[in-house]
Design a protein around this ligand. Sequence first.
Ligand code: SF4
Length: 406
Amino acid sequence: MTGVFSLLPEGRPGLLATPGDLSSYLAAGGRAPQADPGRLLDRIAAAGLRGRGGAGFPAAVKLRAVRDAPGRPVVVANGEEGEPGSVKDRWLLRHRPHMVLDGLRLAAAVTGAARGYVYLSDATAEQAVRRALIELPGDLGVEVVRTEHTYVAGEETAVVRRVDGGPALPTAKPPRPFENGIGGAPTLVANVETLARVALIHARPDEAADVAGTHLVTLSGAADAALVEAPAGTHLKVLADLCGHGRAEAVLLGGLFGGLYGTGWRDLPLDHDGLIAAGGALGCGALHFLHPENCPVAVATEAAAYLAAQSARQCGVCVSGTGALARTLTAVAHGEASDDTTGQLQRWSQQLPGRGACGLLDAAARIVATLLAHFPERVDAHRGAACLACTDPVAHDGRRFTVRVP
Ligand code: SF4
């Protein structure tokens, strides 16, 4: 089954069910006047809304930090999803641009910003946003900034750098954008799903907790790909069964960020804290299922090769670290590993996290660590003999994980 599906109970507010055209959006309560931004901020905090770009940081904490920083804030709707297996942000910009812009308007009201940006790389999304901007009321000045599509272009410091006219590459932190962002102003870089949920919380205040407790996820793998909206806590087996992935033996969590998970994946909950407690991560909500014919070593090798190719090559440890992980995994996949290869991979996967300016190096290390933790016997089975599923040339372009926007 390919397409867009809602698993929300009848009547529960969702982004997929909210109409996309302007007149229907207004009729559904969109663009309601904002008389008390402080009250909206309290509502977002009470609902527990967390950012949907990947880190899952509490949205209210970020809004408050930007509001309280010295200087006139700037707000950015970040629609540049670098994970190749995620389509939710491009889908929202293409099909719910009024809702995203409404969320940006509300974020500006909460923080006191007079200037906003929509940051994206997708040409179809750009057209939809530009059309919607013509109909955006109020005095928030909004510009669209186009970037190239790379794994790191949506990282918040890369967003600031690109909007300021530089390359879309991360910078060292601190300072973070909330203290020194675009043009030196305190800057909110908010994922477009987060902003759409802010708009929905404003329109349906009595159901704010339900809105915050719902996720948009992209499912992919050997069967069909789909964009699904589901309540937090939904077991991954329910999502897999929906789209023909019920026979999967493992899952790659959070795009390339959350690592591999083998036995027990079916009972994992769709939830930031639940997945972290299980040793995974939800990230941007992209789930790639591995079917019996998919070798986890091959999947990890392609993921590491893609991340090495996407390294922005600014941090020496990232260039050497991702390159070494990808080369060594390729050797494992081709049956060319030496006696100490597994131990070497283990050491690198523990030493490398946190040493780059962005999360790319962490993602590569986590994929290796989880491959060794969940599939030790599959890794061992490659010693001295290449497995049939690993004989294809290693792709560096992320094609295995890439999903078309439905
Ligand atoms: S960690 Fe890698 S991808 Fe991230 S900024 Fe450094 S070199 Fe670039």
